[in-house]
Design a protein around this ligand. Structure first.
Ligand code: NAD
Length: 481
């Protein structure tokens, strides 16, 4: 399949147009460090226009569609996305530097989100509430109106799928601001959605910088909800800007997610997840498992296995589809290398590193495993967002819980143990939005509600739960005597 779109244009009210002031931003291929294309540098004026068009669409075709009709359109988009899976995969791989297999998983996921939310659109119901004699009381689930979606660069397709998909299913219209470092699949998604019959104005895409288009969207007085996925620092700014207009927000932020491996764990089963969840997307994953907590009885054996695996890891261009691709940008590479230097200068043990197999001049960092790390160390507390894992020894269940819960984040925790009682105790004691027992991530299914606590954010996306977040509950009380 082929479909054409101009990367320098944005979709506003069903029209593809350049930024109002004609400005553009260079897009760099992280695998080569070379210019890939340009995108439009949308400004506050472009955001204003997009919000206006989104309001028009609420009063137009999209606003008039029944839940069944909305579901059909989303399902059609899902089907079309399946047809364009190869294009989406290759484009994401070039734009984000994702090894092809990982980019393909995201292309599959965005289609799956549309199918899931297409099927769910007409299955969200209110309640009737037993009340005083003479009253009939019921609740309605209604759209917020215009929803803003600010998306990071690490998983554009997954995050657009889960937030825009759920928002459209509930009858909202959307203004999407993808990250300046990774806009291309957002634009292709919008083209495909158009082809699949999404009415004009239901989805508007404004590309641009965070402190320009992003800030204009989050502080816009005429949006009714904002879904932000990204860093804690920017999430806090978005929340403050939205607060001025009393606009509700969903914040999906960062993490420092641990996997806890007890002495009785099935190490063969655990091994692929222990390393895989740390290096996937070169560690640039909100739910990356960057801390491995290992009980003393198996510490030496497991460390040896981890070292072996790290030494076999290959790093290279996305197109070569190796274990690890480049980081998104020169800035991110510098940041991650700074953490590695900090660890080395602080006397941390570098247990193993992966190997570079590329002669390209992209933004590569060798995956690095630090052993015997104190839970208090900077590398064990801060989100690094690169292929770096720390191994932390522990003695008891109590100590493991304290360490696991001991950062300001609370996104994901993995627990590896065969002891059923311990599984139940850990499920209660762990402070995180998601807990995985004897797995990590459960394959990332679109059905599974996802979100954080603490500085990992609040609100839930994915699954049916997201449909409640992207709608407002209205209570209707009828007095009929
Ligand atoms: P970021 O916060 O720098 O940027 C995210 C988005 O916000 C981008 O679109 C950016 O343009 C925009 N932005 C930047 N400044 C803005 C401003 N002043 N006002 C409004 N918008 C602005 O994050 P990033 O570096 O793109 O992504 C990495 C972060 O995202 C990590 O912390 C990661 O953990 C987090 N993340 C979380 C989840 C989750 O589901 N919890 C998923 C993916 C990524």
């Amino acid at each position: 399949m082929t479909i054409s779109f101009n990367t320098e244009q944005m979709l506003v009210g069903g029209k593809w147009r350049n930024a109002e002031n004609g400005a553009t931003i260079d897009v760099i291929n992280p695998s080569t460090g070379k210019l890939l294309c340009k995108i439009a540098r949308g400004s506050a004026n472009d955001v204003n226009m997009a919000v206006k068009e989104a309001h028009k669409a609420l009063k137009g075709d999209w606003g008039k569609f029944t839940a069944l009709e909305r579901g059909r359109v989303l399902t059609n988009i899902g089907r079309k996305l399946v047809e364009y899976e190869d294009e989406l995969t290759v484009l994401e791989s070039k734009d984000v530097g994702k090894p092809l297999k990982q980019a393909r998983a995201d292309a599959v996921a965005i289609a799956r989100y549309m199918e899931f939310y297409g099927g769910a659109a007409d299955k969200v119901m209110g309640h009737t509430i037993p009340y005083l004699d003479g009253y009939t009381v019921y609740t309605l689930r209604e759209p917020h109106g215009v929803t803003g979606h600010i998306v990071p660069w690490n998983y554009p397709m997954q995050i657009i799928g889960r937030s825009v998909g759920a928002a459209l299913a509930m009858g909202n219209t959307c203004v999407l601001k993808p990250a300046e470092d990774a806009c291309l699949t957002a634009l292709l998604f919008a083209r495909i959605a158009e082809e699949a019959g999404l009415p004009k104005g239901a989805l508007n895409v404004v590309t641009g910088l965070g402190n320009e288009a992003g800030a204009a969207l989050s502080g816009h007085p005429d949006i009714q909800h904002i879904s932000f996925t990204g860093s804690v620092a920017v999430g806090s700014m978005v929340q403050k800007a939205a607060a001025d207009n009393i606009v509700p927000v969903t914040l999906e932020l960062g993490g420092k997610s641990p996997q806890i491996v007890f002495d009785d764990a099935d190490l063969d089963a655990a091994m692929p997840f222990l390393v895989g969840a740390g290096i996937q997307n070169a560690g640039q994953t909100c739910s990356a498992s960057s801390r491995l907590l290992v009980q003393s009885g198996i510490y030496d054996e497991l460390l040896k296995r981890l070292v072996d695996r790290y030494q076999s890891l290959e790093v290279g261009p996305a197109i070569d589809d190796l274990d690890v691709g480049p980081l998104i940008s020169a800035k991110q590479k510098q940041l991650v290398e700074g953490y590695v230097m900090n660890g080395i200068q602080n006397g941390l043990t570098v247990a193993a590193q992966g190997k570079m197999v590329s002669a390209e001049r992209g933004f590569y960092v060798r995956p690095t495993l630090f052993a015997d790390v104190s839970p208090q160390h900077k590398l064990a507390r801060e989100e690094i967002f690169g292929p770096i894992q720390v191994v932390i020894p522990f003695e008891s269940e109590k100590e493991a819980i304290e360490i696991a819960n001991g950062t300001e984040y609370g996104l994901v925790t993995g627990v590896w143990t065969r002891d059923g009682g311990r599984q139940m105790r850990m499920a209660k004691a762990i402070k995180a939005g998601q807990l995985f027992i004897n797995n990590y991530g459960a394959g990332g299914g679109v059905e599974l509600p996802f979100g954080g606590i603490g500085k990992s954010g609040f609100g839930r996306e994915k699954g049916l739960e997201a449909l409640y977040g992207f709608s407002v509950l209205k209570t209707v009380a009828v007095y009929h005597g």
